[in-house]
Structures are given as C-alpha cells and as structure tokens.
Write a protein that binds this ligand. Structure first.
Ligand SMILES: Cc1ncc(C[n+]2csc(CCOP(=O)(O)OP(=O)(O)O)c2C)c(N)n1
Length: 674
C-alpha cells in the first residue's frame, strides 16, 4: 500500500482529534456516549470539510445545507466538529459537556448551540425532521427561485443509527420521503450492528437496504467508514441523481480503536474508562496522557471553514442582491419569512361569524379561518393524515405538494407520527405549518409534539372530533384524557374554542401570537354561534379565559370550554329564572390564561367566589385546579361508547339541567359554610 500523503495524514489527524475530543469529554463528564463519535468521526469530518455548505460565522444563513444528527446521543460528534470548524464553541464548552448551563448538553438542543439545526435524542425524530426539511427546501425553491436566480439550492444531510431506523416514525417519514422523491436529502445510516442490549441481530434482522429501496430511496453502501474515498464516491453517486432521496449505508465499528470496547454494547453509552481511553489513543498514534488535545495544524486546517463559509455566504448575498433588484416583492416576502414575521394584513380576511343558534362545528369555522389566513400568508402549508374531508383543513385554492407539483396542501398519508416529525422539520425551515387529525390520534404523534414544544416551534395542530361528541365512531375514536394530556406538555398551547368566533380567534392566536406550538381542539358537531352584541367579544380568547355573560354580583361561576360552553350558557338562563346569579366563564385556553397577570385572573375567577362548576367533555383530572375544593367538575373519566352524540351527552350528564343541579349544590355547600 502506498504511504499516506501529507493531506491524508492531516485528515487522519483531524479525524482522530474528533475522536479523542469526544472520548475525553465523555470521560470527563463520566457520562455520555463515546462509541459512535469514535466510529463516525471520518464521516463527520468529511461532511463538514468537503460537502456541507455553511458559514460558521452565521449559522442562520438561509441557504446553508442542513445537517441533522438523528442519533442525538452521539452529540459529542457534532460538538467536536462544531468546535473545530469555528461555530463559536470553545474547548471549555467541550469540557463542560452535560453540565449545568453549558452549550453542550447531553443531546443536541435547537436554539442553544450554534450549528444545531434541530433537537434530537428521541430516536427516529431526526429522520422525520430531515424529510420535513427536504420538503421545505423543495417548496421554497419552487416558490422563490426564478430562472437564473436560484437563491434556494441547499441540500439536507442526516446521520441516523439502528435505533432511528427501528422506530416507526422514521419508517413513516421515509416512506413519504421516497414517495415524494426528495432527492436533495442524503441520509447516512450508521450500520454498526450494535444497540444498547447487544447485537442488532437480537431484534433487527430485516434487510434495511431493501426496505429503503422499496420506499423508493436510492440505496448505496460503503463497507468501511474509514475509507474516505468510498464515502466520496457514494456521495458523488447520491448527488448525481435527482429522483430519489439517498440512503448511504455505512459500516462502522462502535468504539473504534478501543481494544476492549470496539464492537461492544458497552461502547454505546458508557464512558470508556481511563484505561480504554489511553489504549484507544495509543491505537490512534495519539499521546495517551494528553486530554482535549487539538493539534495546531488540525485547528488551522478545520478553521478554514470560517473563511470558506464567509465566502460562500458572500457569493450568495451577491446573488440575492440581484434577485432583490429583479423581484422586489418576492424578496420582501423572503425577508419577512426569514425574520419569522408575518405579511401585513395576514389576518385581514379572517371572517366574523354572525350569531346563529344552530351554529356550525368548529372544524367548519376553523377551516374557513385557516383558508382566510392562507390566502394572505403565502408560506403557510400543511395537511392531514388522510382525514382532510373530516378535519376540513384543505386550502381550497391550492394544489397539493407532490412529486411533480409544489402546492401548499400536503397528503401526509396515515402517518400521524411521521407528520409530526415532518412538521417540525418544515417549521425550522421557516414555513408556517399545520397538521390535522382526529384528537384521539394526537397520541400517535405525541413524541413529535413534545419536541415542537421543547423547540418552541410555531406549529399548529388541528385536532378535530374533540370529544365524545363525535358520536357513532365510538370509544376508540372519542378522546377522553387527551385534552388533559396535551395541556400537560410544557409550552404547548391548547385552545378549545366555544363557538365560531372563538375558532377564528384561536387561529389568529396560533399564527399571530404563539411562542410555540398550538393545538386547536375542534368539534365535529355543530355548536351555536353567540350573539356577541349581547355577550363579551370573542377577543377575550387572547386572555385564555374571560367572562362571557353574567348577572350582577354573581354567586356561582360556570366554566365551560368548546362544545360544553353552550351548556353553561343554557344553565345560566335557567339559574337566572330561579333567581340565582351566575357568571359564565369561557375558558378556551388554560395556558394563555396562566400567562395573564394576577389582577386579570382574579377579575375572571375571584377568590371570593368559590362556588364553581367546570364543564368539559373530557377528563376532570386537572379541572380541580380551577374549581377548587368547593367546586364540582362535570366531565368524563371513563371511555365513551358508540351512539349518536346527543344520546351520549345525555347519558353522561352533559345537560344544562345537570349543570344547574351542580351549581345549586356547590352554592348550598359554600353557603352552609358561611
Ligand atoms: C425513542 C427512543 N427510545 C429509546 C431511546 C434510548 N436509546 C438511546 S440510544 C439507544 C440505542 C440506539 O442504538 P443505535 O442507534 O444503534 O446507536 P449506537 O449504539 O450505534 O450508538 C436507545 C435505545 C431513545 N433515545 N429514544
């Protein structure tokens, strides 16, 4: 074999720097995952040094290539490379791996570490995110590029492991990615045959390559991750075709170079121990007693990325200036979108719904409002998991996003979890996105919703059929605990509007005000549209809860949400006829209400009125927070049944009479105490 060239020696030195920094950081933290960074260092080196277009000086440069580390436990791989390429991480940051307040947490976190495109760790999600990013890339290119003015031409790269590809969410997203032919996406599969419990053979024996071929991906194989030329050849093949997403299956050896750890499950998630760290370093030709060693020639070589990146962005900026001159309106749109702002007048078409005792389902009113916003918000995009005729979420004027077309409607297929992860990838790409399904299936996408919340992404979920009120489909389809479970997710705003005008405000909030994801809970069944000249304005929704209607000096408060608000209004009338003074509070969103100041909260739910009844067709578990120990909750803590909605409501006590009864009983209770 020919002796290595100077360049090859430098490359190997850089790769071993990535390896040893990762090992040392894990060892110092005495916690983390050393094995995969040691194995994948050549791939990360190659991508960041030869392929990815990025600017460390501006990690937000809009036309940068995206990189997703779906196997987020290998975070040190990414941190080492981000440090070496000059993203602003310091050696000290690496030494603080997994420590309080550091920029190098256990798993990569979006918004915390420059260069981290998405939060990963829950396996499989990153694959969905990458598919979403590739969808967004294609849409943005189609929408903004003009002949001779290609301002969007980036690629999306991802690395994933066995765990990612065992998770269902990655299969869902990959299936859709293949169907759509997302050729700008190149994903590397770290085929190392090891997971936490041992060899993958214990639970994962399918032919992954064949599976991905069946999904419609271009599958390539590299026998040894250390063979940079083979990697280069595979990437060249991937880039040469424009019909399919690429899966490059790369054989690697976890814990590479550590004599007692290589190819073992222990290498996955345990620090190597001082002995094995030393032994691996000796194998790499590294000084065994030096820690966090960065050879100066490696640092200056890898830091070339800074100048390279600045030049790339500068070239793009020149291109963009020409674009701006030629297409001023599009450029304004692009800049507004990139800044995370909304176009002027984005909400000017939102309808006001006239009072109507028969009313309409909030899925219906919600659909009209969504369309009114989409008309004025060109980068709003979304779809349903094969339920759009029921969720009413199609943007009426738009084609679909398909292999050959780039409309704003998506067919996600029956893939709720995949939809959730894809939405996150689209959202970090600056699109304003929504995804719809029946509320009961929000469970299927919960993992992705939680990550949207963790990342504070302004994704909107449209969850229709939001209670037993969906009727005949029965208990499998009737959400019970879902509202409570969704409310339990930090930074997710749940809104359950009580009539068409609240539905309008709920969308206005989701697009205009939300600082994270919003779940909109819409009914299947019609509910009355209130006469707002006689009741408070639906704009009260923006305070989470508000007094809808009341008698002077009320003694009892009826709190309702969604379809049960009408029961509170009816009970209010009946109580009035009996001389009982009540207040009806519409409480579409707990989260928004919690953000109000104490004075406002007290004005809606004064401590002095402890006679309170909540009415919501779902779990009562958390309602005690608002009704207190004197109060009563009317809800449903058991599964529903298959029957017409009206009958279910009657059987389960969702009637105005029952609300009246409860109100009288809490009043009696509180009066007895006085
Ligand atoms: C959804 C989810 N389930 C479980 C885990 C815990 N977990 C972290 S890594 C891992 C094994 C991953 O194996 P592989 O992808 O082969 O990673 P490698 O061992 O190659 O680093 C598991 C089960 C997780 N992070 N996410």
């Amino acid at each position: 074999m020919a002796s290595p060239t100077k360049q090859q020696e430098l490359e190997l030195l850089a790769i071993n720097t990535i390896r040893t920094l990762s090992m040392d950081a894990v060892q110092k933290a005495n916690s983390g995952h050393p094995g995969t960074p040691m194995a994948l260092a050549p791939l990360a080196y190659l991508l960041f040094n030869e392929y990815l277009h990025y600017n460390p000086g501006n990690p937000h440069w809009p036309n940068r290539d995206r990189f997703v580390l779906s196997n987020g436990h290998a975070s040190m791989l990414l941190y080492s490379v981000l440090f070496l390429t000059g993203f602003g991480l310091t050696l000290e940051d690496l030494k603080q791996f997994r420590q309080w307040d550091s920029k190098t947490p256990g798993h990569p976190e979006y918004g915390l570490t420059p260069g981290v495109e998405v939060t990963t760790g829950p396996l499989g999600q990153g694959v969905g995110n990458a598919v979403g990013m590739a969808i967004a890339q294609r849409w943005l290119a189609a929408h903004f590029n003009r002949e001779g003015h290609e301002i969007v031409d980036y690629r999306v790269y991802a690395i994933c492991g066995d765990g990612d590809l065992m998770e269902g969410v990655s299969g869902e997203a990959s299936s859709l990615g293949g169907h759509l032919g997302l050729s700008k996406l190149t994903m590397f599969y770290d085929n190392n045959h090891i997971t936490i419990e041992g060899a993958t053979e214990i639970a994962f024996t399918e032919d992954v390559g064949k599976r991905y071929e069946a999904y419609g991906w271009n599958v390539l194989r590299v026998d040894d991750v250390n063979d940079l030329d083979s990697l280069r050849a595979a990437i060249a093949k991937a880039h040469a075709q424009q019909a399919k997403p690429n899966l490059i299956m790369v054989r690697s050896h976890i814990g590479y170079g550590a004599p007692k750890r290589q190819d073992t499950k222990e290498a996955h998630g345990e620090p190597l121990g001082e002995d094995q760290v030393r032994a691996a370093k000796i194998n790499y030709g590294w000084p065994p007693d030096k820690t966090f060693l960065v050879p100066p020639e490696v640092e200056s070589y890898m830091r070339l990325a800074v100048d390279r990146g600045a030049k790339l962005e500068q070239q793009w900026k020149e291109k963009y200036e020409a674009y701006r001159k030629a297409f001023a309106d599009l450029a304004t749109e692009w800049e507004t979108m990139q800044a995370g702002h909304l176009p002027d007048g984005w909400d000017s078409k939102i309808p006001v719904f006239p009072a109507d005792p028969k009313g309409m389902a909030t899925r219906e009113s919600g659909g009209k409002v969504e369309n009114a916003i989409a008309e004025r918000l060109p980068w709003m995009m979304g779809g349903a998991a094969d339920l759009s005729p029921s969720t009413r979420t199609v943007i009426g004027t738009e084609p679909y996003f398909e292999r050959e077309t780039t409309g704003r409607n998506m067919h996600f297929g029956i893939r709720e979890h995949g939809m959730g992860a894809i939405l996150n990838g689209m959202s970090v790409s600056k699109l304003r996105v929504f995804g719809a399904t029946f509320m009961t299936f929000s469970d299927y996408m919960r993992g992705s919703i939680r990550l949207a919340a963790l990342m504070r992404l302004p994704v909107t979920y449209v969850f229709t059929h939001d209670s037993i009120g969906l009727g005949e489909d029965g208990p499998t389809h009737q959400p019970i605990e879902h509202l409570t479970a969704l409310r339990a997710i930090p930074h997710l705003t749940v809104i359950r509007p009580g009539d068409a005008n609240e539905a309008a405000e709920s969308w206005r909030y989701a697009i205009g005000s939300a600082k994270g994801p919003t779940a909109l809970a819409f009914t299947r069944q019609a509910i009355p549209t209130y006469d707002r000249s006689k009741m408070a304005s639906a704009a009260g929704l923006h305070r989470g809860a508000y007094v809808l209607i009341e008698s002077q000096n009320p003694e009892v408060i009826l709190i309702g949400t969604g379809s049960e608000l009408q029961l509170c209004v009816a009970a209010f009338e009946k109580l009035g006829q009996q001389g009982v003074k009540a207040r009806v509070v519409s409480m579409p969103s707990w989260e928004i209400f919690e953000q109000q100041d104490e004075a406002y909260k007290q004005s809606v739910l004064p401590a002095s009125i402890t006679a309170r009844v909540s009415v919501e067709a779902g779990s009562t578990l958390a309602w005690w927070k608002y009704v207190g120990t004197d109060g009563l909750t009317i809800g449903r803590d058991d599964f529903g049944a298959s029957a017409p909605a009206k009958e279910l409501f009657k059987h389960y006590g969702f009637t105005a009479e029952h609300v009246v009864e409860a109100a009288l009983s809490v009043l009696e209770r509180t009066k007895a105490r006085v």
